[in-house]
Design a protein around this ligand. Structure first.
Ligand SMILES: Cc1cc2nc3c(=O)[nH]c(=O)nc-3n(C[C@H](O)[C@H](O)[C@H](O)COP(=O)(O)O)c2cc1C
Length: 174
């Protein structure tokens, strides 16, 4: 099972639309996948699921189990203030230590309105993931200028389309 993580808790995010696009790619490759949108986590999980409360929030535990039962992930990572969203870090912090991510595999997709396509955000996140023992696929995909490159759920740019399809194939065989 491949879990596609929507890397922001912003409602109706572009990240979710990209996650749905990615799910179609995986379906075409006959790979089973599911979405985990961190916007659906309980609003209070920062207080009720971390540190001394780890494991005590029953709703958060359901999402944590989805992560535990997955061998591979795709993280859709929007660029927020030159890095990845704080809500994504809180979610990762709630996955315990040793992390549910340990010794598993993931592909990363960065998205942004500006020129970077979340490049720096992905670097920051890779430092965290390597610390936790999560193996990251070398081929990362960046979608900059989202307003022109991603319209009505479809990637407009030919090269980005090619790269994301290649990445999905690589992930299936990772
Ligand atoms: C809090 C916040 C900070 C953002 N910071 C940046 C940024 O530093 N650079 C950038 O290019 N876009 C930035 N954006 C725009 C998002 O990267 C962009 O809208 C992206 O396509 C998808 O974000 P979404 O999943 O929240 O819809 C920011 C958006 C928000 C909500």
């Amino acid at each position: 099972m491949i879990t596609i993580v929507v890397g922001t808790n912003r409602r109706n995010s572009k990240s979710k639309q990209v996650a749905l696009f990615y799910q179609k790619l995986l379906t075409e490759l006959h790979a089973e996948s599911q979405l985990l949108d961190i916007a659906e986590l309980p609003d209070d999980f920062i207080r009720t699921a971390l540190y001394e409360n780890n494991g005590k929030n029953e709703v958060f535990n359901v999402y944590r189990k989805l992560m535990r039962d997955s061998e591979k992930f795709v993280f859709i990572v929007p660029e927020y203030n030159g890095s990845y969203p704080g809500a994504l870090k809180v979610f990762i912090d709630g996955l315990g230590y040793p992390s549910e991510l340990k010794h598993k595999k993931a592909a990363l997709v960065g998205i942004s309105d500006g020129v970077q396509g979340s490049a720096l955000a992905l670097s920051h996140l890779i430092d965290v993931f390597h610390y936790l023992g999560l193996n990251i696929l070398a081929q990362r995909v960046k979608i900059p200028f989202m307003k022109k490159n991603f319209i009505e759920g479809v990637i407009q740019d030919n090269l980005i389309n090619q790269l994301i399809r290649e990445q999905a194939e690589l992930l299936v065989n990772f």
